[in-house]
Design a protein around this ligand. Structure first.
Ligand code: COA
Length: 386
């Protein structure tokens, strides 16, 4: 592997989880389930659930933390990619809301939806954008508010999911590579295994779709389980095969955090101890596109993930989709110290973005009020004007 070519490397990371925690016991109080069932079948003990926060708000917190770690200037970001299946709105993209709140004035911004594989997809695309020379700095975020699409009355899904966000900031370097290889896959024949049936163009939201609870996520748990156990080991082997790195050289596999039993079955197939997989699903449940960056953040914080280590990130989910990214951790990380002027600059950009948003909202209200105001020359005495 030539080290002097242009590479993408991780220069910052950040996470965010809502404060509100829902334990298995909390769920058992309203659902026909138990702490014992959830723990033994999934490994999940609690999950963080958004209370009034939407996906962009969580993504912004994670992104700001990543910028802080990198001590980076938001003006340098060329592209903001947000992997999510629970955007704030069908349109505009959540990425645009994030781009504005960061003051990333020179960045393009776009969402992508690859279900729970979304973070691996976004990272692979960010890597390609940097290798092509198109961008020097790309912000990659995985963020999901799964509580907004999970049916709280459906015990088959309600116990599995949580909310959160995580971000990696990638920068171009000519030194040692951060991202060593990527591998993506999809099989749309499994589209209905994990699906939110209504709310899109196939079945627009209506009173009827809401009454039928079709705006909630439905899942064929057994089929998804089998798919995950089949594809997770294959994705790990494929990404390592791209650079002929043996599995024995990999320090950590950070998988999408769906179910402890999926990870144990995958470890068995790969013939490695399950301790080589980093798990934090007991704390967050399945946070979809956020689960891998949340696990990265925890692995760094608890001292598991160290500079120079090889780590495979591997995701699988709705679509069906799967993806893996091989990283060498820590090659692009700076001192971690924040320079005072950059801190102040970011603070100013964030405040200015908030003032602009407030200004636009106030202006829209005033325009609306002026349009609705009764006019002396209007025989109807006012009303809507077109
Ligand atoms: N609490 C108590 N019992 C439950 C339950 C819950 N929350 N959910 C299901 N059950 C019951 C079922 O009704 C069934 O009862 P029955 O035997 O009387 O019919 C029994 O538990 C076993 O159900 P089953 O679906 O076979 O359980 P499982 O061991 O396969 O575990 C999942 C279910 C959902 C945990 C598992 O299939 C899974 O993790 N699938 C993958 C899901 C996933 O990762 N999705 C996201 C991918 S990105």
């Amino acid at each position: 592997m030539a080290e002097s070519r242009r590479h993408a490397t991780v220069i910052g990371w950040g996470t965010y989880a809502p404060e509100h925690v829902v334990t298995n016991a909390d769920l058992a109080a309203t659902l026909d389930t138990s702490d014992e069932w959830i723990r033994s079948r999934t490994g999940i003990e609690r999950r963080h659930v958004a209370a009034g926060e939407a996906t962009a708000a969580m993504a912004i917190e994670a992104a700001r933390a990543a910028l802080r770690v990198a001590d980076a200037d938001p003006y340098q970001i060329g592209l903001v990619l947000v992997a999510t299946m629970t955007p704030d709105y069908p349109s505009p993209s959540t990425a645009c809301l994030v781009q504005h709140a960061l003051g990333a004035a020179h960045a393009g911004a776009v969402d992508l939806n690859a279900g729970c594989s979304g973070f691996c997809y976004a990272l692979a695309l960010a890597n390609a954008a940097i290798l092509s020379g198109e961008h020097d700095m790309v912000l990659v975020i995985g963020a999901d508010t799964m509580s907004s699409i999970v049916d709280k009355e459906d015990r088959a899904t309600a116990v599995l999911f949580g909310d959160g966000a995580g971000a990696l900031l990638l920068g171009a370097t000519n030194g040692p590579a951060g991202v060593l290889a990527t591998w993506l896959g999809a099989d749309g024949s499994g589209a209905e295994m994990l699906i939110v049936p209504a709310g899109g163009s196939a079945l627009p939201a209506s009173a009827e779709t809401v009454a039928r609870r079709q705006h909630y996520l439905t899942m064929d748990g057994n089929q998804v389980f089998r798919f995950a156990v089949r594809m997770l080991p294959r994705a790990v082997e494929q990404v390592l095969g791209r650079v002929n790195l043996p599995l024995s050289e990999v320090d950590w596999i950070i998988p999408h955090q769906a179910n402890r039993r999926i990870i144990e079955a995958a470890a068995q197939k790969l013939e490695i101890p399950s301790e080589r997989f980093y798990l934090n699903l007991q704390e967050y449940g399945n946070t979809s596109a956020a689960s891998i960056p949340l696990a990265i953040g925890d692995a760094v914080a608890d001292g598991s993930l160290l500079p120079g280590q090889h780590v495979v990130l591997v995701g699988f989910g709705a679509g069906l989709t799967w993806g893996a990214v091989l990283l060498r951790w820590g090659t692009g990380l700076g001192t971690g110290r924040t320079t005072a002027y950059r801190y102040l600059w970011r603070w100013l950009l964030y405040r200015w973005a908030a003032v602009q948003t407030l200004g636009r909202r106030l202006a829209a209200r005033v325009r609306g009020w002026r349009l609705r105001r009764p006019r002396p020359d209007d025989p109807s005495g006012g009303g809507q004007r077109h």
